[in-house]
Design a protein around this ligand. Structure first.
Ligand SMILES: NC(=O)C1=CN([C@@H]2O[C@H](COP(=O)(O)OP(=O)(O)OC[C@H]3O[C@@H](n4cnc5c(N)ncnc54)[C@H](OP(=O)(O)O)[C@@H]3O)[C@@H](O)[C@H]2O)C=CC1
Ligand SMILES: Nc1nc(=O)c2c([nH]1)NC[C@@H]1CN(c3ccc(C(=O)N[C@@H](CCC(=O)O)C(=O)O)cc3)C=[N+]21
Ligand SMILES: [Mg+2]
Length: 297
């Protein structure tokens, strides 16, 4: 079998297009653009790439992008003060504080300071709680993007066996929650899981969110499985390369001979994350302006 490639980049481009059109209608009704504030602390080069591409996508979708780049030695108090200013700023509908933060800053305290109704990342405990009990709130962008790709590909997920590898608050746990809400039978695997290969072998759906390059092997997969690779790992540069290749958590080449569909890295989940972020920001903007958010975006 040769798997179909799930083209997250193209799917995300269509989603951004719809969000951009809805953002233009929002601007007409509200008399202002929707706005996303992105806060980056320190000089982590990978983070800077994300921030830049988020900024570009935001502008292209007819929204304002407010970028705040702070020195790596910024104090937690100064960062909290900035978050408070952004909470109070009516031009700011969504706030994203790029993670990871430097070690001297308590990331949980910073996330807790964000107004839950501007928390377009869906990381605040209020939004995590809303997701856990089935109330409307902001859902983390990466798992939401994965769900869109899965339902587009598979339709109804009812009764399917899904294995999520990884249990972080930003990817694995909310991913498992969304799959459960879609009536999949969900297993969450992690670093203490015994015989990961056997656990993965049961799965109709595999979501890998580990952060280990090409860890998930083709032999682990049930033939015909649908594989969503969240991992973004930079390999060490090979001879003649300036920087190493970007690879996922799944050993893509061999896995694509066993799976029926698989997301590539790059071009899979990553672009979906940004598109959902813009969608969440537009929903936040409607709420902040007292308007009803449009259906179907
Ligand atoms: N495409 C995108 O938009 C995004 C991509 N990412 C990428 O996704 C990956 C995961 O991110 P994130 O969730 O933040 O990472 P974390 O490091 O927070 O979590 C990794 C998880 O993987 C588990 N794990 C580690 N080693 C193993 C192993 N050998 N076997 C099984 N499980 C293991 C850990 O288990 P334990 O809990 O026991 O430690 C943990 O639960 C990274 O590559 C990241 O760059 C992240 C966000 C967005
Ligand atoms: N508060 C917060 N929210 C996040 O959502 C968040 C974060 N912090 N910290 C870092 C991770 C990672 N992340 C990515 C988003 C898009 C791509 C993406 O678009 N990747 C492209 C390739 C990019 C490239 O070539 O470098 C792709 O996979 O095709 C990747 C990774 C969001 N994260
Ligand atoms: Mg996210």
């Amino acid at each position: 079998m040769v798997a179909e490639t799930i083209d997250g980049k193209a799917f995300a481009a269509r989603l951004r297009e719809r969000v951009g059109e809805a953002a233009a209608r929002f601007e007409e009704k509200a008399g202002r653009k929707a706005g996303l504030a992105v806060v980056l602390v320190g000089e982590d080069p990978a983070s800077q790439v994300y921030v830049r591409s988020k900024g570009k996508a935001t502008l292209a979708a007819s929204m304002n992008s407010f970028e705040h780049r702070l020195e790596a030695d910024t104090s937690q108090d100064d960062l909290l003060a900035l978050v408070e200013r952004l909470n109070a700023d009516d031009a700011v509908d969504g706030i994203l504080v790029q993670l990871p933060l430097p070690a001297h800053i308590d990331a949980q305290a910073v996330i807790a300071a964000i107004d839950p109704d501007k928390d377009v990342d869906g990381f605040h405990v209020t939004n995590a709680g809303r997701l856990a009990v089935g109330q409307a709130g902001f859902v983390p962008c990466t798992p939401m993007g994965c769900m869109m790709l899965l339902t587009d590909r598979l339709g109804d997920l009812s009764g399917l066996d899904a294995v999520v590898i990884g249990r972080s608050n930003i990817v694995g746990k909310p991913m498992a929650q969304l799959l459960l809400d879609a009536n999949a039978t969900v297993t969450i695997a992690h670093s203490r899981t015994r015989d990961l290969a056997a656990v993965v072998r049961r799965a109709d759906i595999v979501v890998a969110a580990v952060g280990r390059a090409e860890m998930v092997k083709a032999e682990w997969l049930k033939p015909g499985a649908t594989v969503i690779d969240v991992g973004i790992n930079r390999l060490p540069p090979a001879d003649g390369e300036e920087k190493g290749r970007l690879v996922g958590d799944v050993d893509y080449g061999p896995a694509s001979q066993v799976a029926s569909a698989i997301t590539p890295v790059p071009g899979g989940v990553g672009p979906m994350t940004i598109a959902v972020l813009l969608r969440n920001t537009l929903v936040a903007a409607h709420r902040n302006a007292g308007l009803t958010a449009p259906e179907g975006i």
